[in-house]
Design a protein around this ligand. Structure first.
Ligand SMILES: *[C@@H]1O[C@H](CO)[C@@H](O)[C@H](O)[C@H]1NC(C)=O
Ligand SMILES: *[C@@H]1O[C@H](CO)[C@@H](O)[C@H](O)[C@H]1NC(C)=O
Length: 767
């Protein structure tokens, strides 16, 4: 297989590769130098020396990989031809300048990588329009200036990475607008000054990396450098007059020089827990006020070398936290509980030997591991390089979730195995996995905390298993989970309560289960949900309060169920619903005001193949863009004139009665330039003729102005009028993201402002 069909963009579900043999439904254009995957809607043009963004990329592309070209400058609107992009890779493109509005129109983009270019300035409008963006990588450029407001439109950004640039200082409010930022990486710059409000407004930030800069930080009192991969902290490494709390935990420190913090006269708390420290010397030169030293989780060896520290701690009343790792008779003892005389060394030789044995036992795996060897469990294939981080054990007959994947794995594919159940904590050490595939694994149960620790997981595929229920703690510890696939399982009722611990969930797939009713409160705890897919269940009842929590819901698919009427009451709280699908239910009659609650929001409405006999469109607003009514029993069609934004309509396969009552439809067809697909079924002599082509309406009162219908010959000669295409029925993440992005695109400005206001007021009230 051509390797370029497997772009290293990590999010490509491998399923796509299986599907490649199915002929694509859509004949897309493909730029000459590129490889186009029409199933994944991915276009790859890597290392081609292209000097421009190829203009002929197909509009429906969602992933565009342009790494290794020579683009130099990204002009305004550079991607306006590909509005559905969700992933864009632009590494190594010699880009010097990103002009204002370069990404305008990419309201669905989720990942943007601009690493390894020569960008110097981030302009105020460089990132305009990226209202759905979650990750922005600008590492290894020459950024020296961030203009005010550069990030102001990135209200959904979680990760901003600006490492290895030339930033010297961070002005006030530089990151304003990043209302959802979690990780901000500024390591390896030349920062020597942070304005007092440099990080103001970043209420959601959980990690800030500032290592490898030149900071003095005179005013800072708490500094958190946790989880940085630093191994050594040298003399006077931190020198900050007002610092009281310093967090250096979860790093890789193997040595902490005893003067490392001696220039921090105010320091009271030092946390060096969870590092690789074995021995620590007393901080005899200060800091004088130190009261707590946290050494938990280090392999501290409690022998004579630790005695100075212990004596110093007793004398200076410094509380030591942590336990001894060895020797055997002291293992597990609290550091604060061992007395200096117990900290002995045997003969030097004996001690070295004991220590060596201890060290090989405890330390061997982490230190002896050759760095370049990819960790991979038996009977799996792992491809981990600088650009690819996929591990796969697909269809290998595993009965237990394999362990020992490389910690840098991003895509983990375990589909088609025989796990039967997923025990707690089944995925240790793979916190960077973004996409986890567990389709077709015969899973009947997911234990509490099965995925805990998977902090980066965004996509979870549990489709085609045998799940009937889910515990409330099944998805514990997945802060980023956004897309959850549970289609084709055996749920007979909605797994209420299982989503409380998944605050970031936007899209939930439950198609093709056998759920029979939607009861009140099913979405408790999933208030942020944007898209709910319930096509192909057996739903016959929807409680009026079933969906009342999900006021952000944008997409609701209820096709192929057993509904007898439109669940208007349940829809009444969904003021943001844009896409509603009821196809294939047996709803014979749609009453007046059935869609009234959705008047302002609804854009796409599917009422096809329902046996519909009477349809009232009252309550459908001028915002509706697509209306599907094909395959029903309609003899008449209500007046469509109020639907002034309609772009797609389908009236095919209805027994239309071509007589004066249908005149409003005929008049409407004359006025709009749309393909309507309306044909007469009656009277018998007009059967099969297009409504547009029959003369009968000209003799109806009010129909005089209609033109003579073209004869068959002239119809053939006529140039067909352009029609707007029906949106292609795509499934999978593209569809989800598209819908999600759409809603954000339209609602974000006000919503973000409102949310920001809310936060500010909340903080003020708290303060
Ligand atoms: C790109 O340019 C380099 C240097 O001019 C050349 O060596 C390489 O063959 C070119 N690659 C392509 C795909 O044209
Ligand atoms: C549901 O089942 C139908 C019929 O087998 C199939 O066409 C459709 O793709 C399925 N949808 C999902 C999301 O599994």
């Amino acid at each position: 297989m051509n390797s370029q069909l497997c772009p290293d963009i990590l999010w490509v579900p491998l399923l796509g590769l299986l599907l490649l043999c199915i002929p694509a439904a859509h004949a897309a254009k493909c730029p000459q130098q590129c490889v186009c995957d029409q199933i994944q809607l991915a276009v790859t043009c890597v290392n081609k020396n292209l000097t421009d963004v190829p203009p002929t990329v197909d509009e429906i592309t969602v992933k565009l990989d342009l790494r290794g070209n020579d683009i130099q400058e990204l002009p305004t609107g550079a991607f306006r031809h590909t509005p559905y992009l969700t992933h864009l890779s632009l590494q190594r493109c010699n880009i010097r300048r990103v002009k204002e509005g370069a990404f305008r129109g990419l309201g669905r983009l989720v990942f943007l990588n601009l690493a390894n270019n020569n960008i110097e300035i981030l302009y105020q409008e460089s990132f305009d329009g990226l209202s759905s963006l979650k990750q922005l990588m600008i590492d290894h450029n020459r950024v020296e200036e961030i203009q005010p407001g550069a990030f102001s439109q990135l209200g959904f950004l979680n990760l901003l990475s600006l490492t290895h640039n030339q930033l010297v200082y961070i002005p006030n409010l530089a990151f304003q607008g990043l209302q959802n930022i979690k990780l901000l990486r500024l390591s390896h710059n030349s920062l020597n000054y942070l304005d007092t409000e440099a990080f103001a407004g970043l209420f959601t930030l959980t990690r800030l990396s500032l290592d490898h800069n030149e900071l003095q930080l005179p005013e800072v009192t708490r500094l958190d450098l946790s989880y940085n991969p630093m191994t050594y902290l040298g003399e006077e490494a931190v020198s900050m007059a007002k610092l009281t709390h310093l967090f250096l935990d979860h790093m890789s420190l193997q040595e902490l020089v005893n003067t490392a913090v001696s220039k921090c006269p105010s320091l009271t708390h030092l946390d060096v827990s969870h590092n690789q420290l074995r021995v620590i010397q007393p901080f005899s030169e200060g800091p004088p006020k130190l009261a707590r030293l946290n050494l938990a989780g280090n392999p501290i060896y409690c022998n004579c070398y630790l005695r100075p520290l212990r004596e110093w701690a007793i004398q200076r009343k410094v509380k030591l936290l942590g336990t001894c790792r060895g020797p055997a008779h002291l293992a597990g003892e609290n550091l604060d509980a061992v007395y200096p005389p117990e900290l002995r060394c045997q003969s030097q030789e004996a001690m070295l030997k004991a220590e060596f044995e201890e060290a090989t036992r405890i330390m061997a795996p982490p230190t002896k591991e050759p760095e370049n060897r990819v960790k991979c469990p038996a009977n799996c294939v792992c491809e981990v390089s600088t650009s690819t981080h996929h591990s796969s054990c697909e269809n290998r007959g595993h009965t237990k979730v394999p362990r020992g994947f490389s910690p840098s794995t991003r895509l983990l594919d375990l589909r088609g195995n025989h796990f039967h159940y997923i025990p707690s904590n089944s995925f240790p050490g793979v916190a960077q996995v973004v996409s986890l595939h567990l389709q077709r694994c015969k899973i009947v149960e997911v234990e509490d905390g099965a995925f805990s620790g998977m902090k980066g997981l965004i996509y979870l595929y549990l489709s085609e298993n045998d799940l009937t229920s889910l515990s409330p703690n099944a998805f514990k510890g997945l802060p980023q989970l956004t897309y959850l696939h549970l289609e084709k399982n055996r749920f007979t009722s909605f797994p209420t309560g299982a989503f409380k611990l998944v605050p970031g969930l936007l899209a939930l797939h439950l198609e093709n289960n056998t759920i029979t009713k939607l009861e009140a409160g099913i979405l408790n705890g999933a208030e942020g949900l944007r898209a709910l897919y319930l096509t192909g269940n057996g739903i016959s009842q929807v409680s009026p309060r079933a969906l009342s929590q999900a006021s952000d819901l944008d997409t609701l698919h209820l096709g192929g169920n057993k509904l007898k009427e439109v669940p208007t009451e349940a829809l009444s709280k969904l003021g943001n619903l844009r896409d509603l699908r009821l196809s294939g239910n047996s709803i014979r009659w749609v009453g007046p005001n059935a869609f009234q609650p959705l008047e302002r929001s609804l854009k796409e409405l599917y009422l096809d193949n329902m046996g519909l006999e009477k349809n009232s469109l009252a309550g459908l607003g001028p915002g509706l863009r697509s209306l599907f009514l094909e395959g029903n029993q309609l003899e008449e069609v209500p007046d469509l004139h109020p639907l002034t934004s309609l772009e797609v309509i389908n009236l095919a396969n209805n027994p239309l009665m071509c007589d004066c009552p249908l005149l409003p439809l005929r008049m409407w067809i004359e006025k709009v330039n749309l393909k309507v697909r309306a044909t007469c079924a009656n009277p018998p002599e007009l059967k099969g003729r297009r409504v547009k082509d029959v003369h009968v309406f000209k003799s109806c009162p009010g129909g005089e102005s209609l033109p003579f219908a073209p004869t068959v010959t002239s119809k053939l000669a006529k140039v067909p009028k352009p029609t707007k295409p029906k949106p292609k029925p795509l499934s999978g993440p593209w569809q989800v993201k598209k819908l999600k992005a759409k809603s954000k695109l339209r609602r974000s400005p006000n919503k973000n402002q409102a949310a920001a206001k809310k936060r500010v007021t909340k903080r003020q009230t708290m303060a």
